[in-house]
Design a protein around this ligand. Structure first.
Ligand code: NAI
Length: 677
């Protein structure tokens, strides 16, 4: 092959069939992203191709992990104004247009992720062929960053797939695998890795007809249909996100409704709309959250530890789900419980999850084969990681640790999923207490990305690193936290939940309290959350935290538990439950709602976050924000509690807390940590 190699990020090679293979291999990066420099080089390469037209062009990635992950997000944070943003986007659009206009067949050969700007580039080609392996994902997830596609992705995806499919993909930000992409028409072929190159070459040589939307799909973009479909889309979006908090989905629908079917106007609209959105608070905060997520990922270095075998003890709610999740991620897992029927239940639940996630029989069977019931703990001596998730009881856990420690292999991690017992106490019975760490998962394990890595002052740093690496190997986010009551997540949640219960006992309707939190941007209100967690569990955690912090537990909570009203699981808590669904009354306009309702809830949350920072429960404010967002769902568009504090102004929030302290008492006293901020 003839090579031209004077580019930093691209290689261009012409083969014997006169096909040019453009290989994108971003210099100094493990992942391909479309930065300014990358696009400049592509522009120049296109100039060469336009002048000396080959038989065809195949764009491929030089990285094993994927094709192109999207635009380079770091560049989104330094855009000065609307015109700079529009100029940047116009330039990207110009490149995609030139790819589309090349007078020879063009093809994207896709392996791994092909997201955002990466998929927009692929959409500008005549053909797309994708590796049908497990790691291939195609999607336009810009909405998750508070923007929408801007390099012609709205135009080309709605034209290729029809509006319902394309808009659904963009509005949810969801990605699809290669087979699904083939069924949708997003790629022309989905083939095994070994056929990828040849398949690509054959398409260029034989030039099969390009995929076209079917008649009904084309009609969905017609002027008469768009307003009707747009109305349905707006209604669906409104159920999930408010326009004030998340403007991007609404802007996307407006854009399509206005310009769908008109290529020129649509491209101009895309650029203008994205340029406006990207500089808004929501997008900037969501971009910040993306970086916080990266930061959490970097807390665990996979290369330091390669756990292959995991042993989980306790097959209840948590242990069962932890074991199930680890097996899904390819680990060999033994799961131990005292009862056969518990283990049978674990396997049944696992089957349900695997069916949902993996769909096809072979991978489902492989995952199930990874999960081995083990009543006698035969897996202990081989395990690289042992996770204890039995009853929350000191004697039971200590008894178990004494039994298993002598059987463990050298260097294995011993972890507990305790949510409230200090590691110092659990470690008392161990020969080597410094090997014990906390791996505090959240319920439901398959949904909650965060895992708190709990350590004491004397925990072996090697074990903390191994626990964090393990967490990354199972695709969760590790957050190192100090062993202290409630760690981070339960600690910041509890005062907020308690305040909600106090408000309810003062006569404020539960649904009004929840609505205030949802309006602030929480994923569910505190009363519904308490009911969902279980009021008995809330009472026990509140008791433990209350004892440690010297705070009161509301009588109302005790009364509810004494009366057997435990929340969702008993059918009655603050709400009544019908088949597990909360029967929440519509908020009544005549309800008396205190003016300071939102502040009473959210400032207790923020004040506790400040206290955690002062005590060094987590190392810094960014880790705190990341942990709280991924552990509690705290309003992502606000960028976390500390980010919210900075945005509102430290002095202003401090003053609001003092006002609450005067009105409602010492539980609102600003923490000493405010002085250090
Ligand atoms: P659970 O009561 O559902 O399950 C405990 C399981 O452990 C039972 O199946 C029991 O048979 C088994 N077990 C007890 N002693 C055993 C022994 N010596 N050997 C083998 N198996 C034994 O409890 P859950 O809710 O799963 O909690 C487990 C741990 O996880 C507790 O420490 C809890 O604090 C913690 N946790 C719970 C969360 C939740 O939302 N439920 C969240 C995070 C942590």
């Amino acid at each position: 092959m003839a090579k031209t190699n004077n580019y930093k990020h691209w290689r261009s090679e012409k083969d014997d069939d006169d096909i040019v293979w453009l290989t994108f291999d971003k210099a100094g990066a493990s992942t391909n992203a479309l930065s300014k420099e990358v696009l400049e080089e592509l522009e120049s390469l296109l100039g060469g191709l336009e002048q000396d037209l080959p038989r065809g062009v195949i764009i491929q990635s030089g990285k094993d992990n994927g094709f192109i992950a999207g635009a380079d997000i770091t560049e989104f944070t330094t855009i000065a104004d609307q015109s700079e943003a529009e100029a940047l986007i116009n330039r990207g659009q110009g490149i995609m247009d030139r790819i589309e206009a090349l007078k020879c067949p063009t093809l994207s050969m896709i392996n791994g992720f092909c997201l955002g700007g990466g998929l927009e580039l692929a959409l500008a080609c005549d053909y797309r062929i994708a590796d049908d392996g497990k790691s291939t994902r195609l999607g336009l997830p810009e909405i998750l960053l508070g923007i929408h596609p801007g390099f012609g992705g709205v135009l080309r995806s709605t034209r290729l797939l029809g509006a319902p499919t394309a808009m659904n993909m963009m509005l949810t930000g969801r990605s699809v695998d290669a087979r699904r992409a083939k069924r949708m028409g997003l790629v022309d072929q989905a083939v095994p890795t070994r056929h990828l190159q040849n398949g690509a070459r054959q398409m260029i040589l034989t030039k099969p007809p390009r995929h076209k939307a079917r008649l009904m799909q084309r009609l969905s973009n017609a002027a008469l249909v768009r307003p009707l479909l747009a109305r349905v889309m707006r209604r669906t979006v409104a159920k999930k996100a408010s326009k004030d908090h998340y403007p991007a989905p609404y802007a996307l629908i407006d854009l399509w409704a206005k310009h769908g079917g008109n290529a020129k106007a649509m491209l101009r609209g895309e650029a203008h709309s994205v340029a406006t959105l990207v500089r808004g608070d929501t997008a900037q905060n969501l971009i910040e959250v993306f970086f916080l997520q990266e930061r959490l990922k970097n807390e665990g270095d996979k290369s330091l530890f390669t756990p292959l075998r995991v042993h989980v003890i306790g097959g209840g709610v948590m242990g069962g789900d932890i074991a199930t999740w680890c097996a899904l991620q390819g680990m060999r897992v033994t799961i131990q419980d005292r009862q056969h029927k518990t283990l049978a239940r674990v396997i049944k639940r696992a089957h349900g999850l695997y069916k949902k996630k993996l769909k096809r029989p072979r991978p489902i069977q492989e995952a199930l084969d990874n999960l081995v019931p083990d009543m006698d703990g035969l897996g202990i001596p081989q395990a690289d990681v042992i996770i204890e998730a039995i009853f929350e009881n000191v004697e039971a856990k200590q008894g178990l640790f004494k039994e298993i420690e002598p059987q463990m292999k050298e260097g294995a991690v011993l972890a507990t999923n305790t949510s409230s017992i200090p590691l110092e106490i659990l470690g008392e019975v161990l020969q080597k207490p410094d090997r014990l760490v906390g791996l505090h998962f959240f319920n439901p394990v398959a949904k909650m990305q965060l895992v708190e890595i709990v350590h004491t002052a004397s925990t072996d740093p090697e074990m903390i690193k191994k626990a964090a690496a393990f967490t990354r190997h199972i695709d969760r986010l590790p957050l190192p936290v100090k062993s202290s009551p409630g760690f981070l997540v339960n600690r910041v949640l509890m005062p907020y939940l308690i305040e909600a219960v106090v408000l309810e006992s003062e006569g404020v309707p539960a649904s009004a309290i929840d609505q205030a939190a949802v309006d602030f941007g929480m994923p569910m209100g505190p009363i519904l959350l308490a009911d969902t967690v279980g009021l008995d569990i809330c009472l026990s955690v509140a008791g433990i935290l209350g004892e440690a912090m010297g705070t009161e537990v509301p009588d109302r909570l005790k009364q509810m538990v004494d009366a057997g009203n435990l929340g969702r699981k008993s059918g009655q808590g603050f709400y009544r439950y019908d088949k597990g669904q909360a029967q929440t009354p519509e908020p009544n306009m005549n309800d008396k709602v205190p003016d300071d309702l939102t502040d009473r809830l959210m400032l207790r949350f923020v004040n506790e976050a400040v206290a955690c920072l002062r005590e060094g429960v987590v190392a810094d404010a960014d880790l705190l924000d990341g942990g709280v967002i991924f552990g509690t769902g705290f309003a992502p568009f606000r960028g976390g509690p500390m980010h919210y504090l900075r945005a509102e102004g430290k002095e202003a929030l401090h003053a609001r807390l003092q006002t609450l302290e005067q009105a409602h008492g010492s539980r609102f006293k600003p923490d000493a940590g405010w002085n250090d901020l």
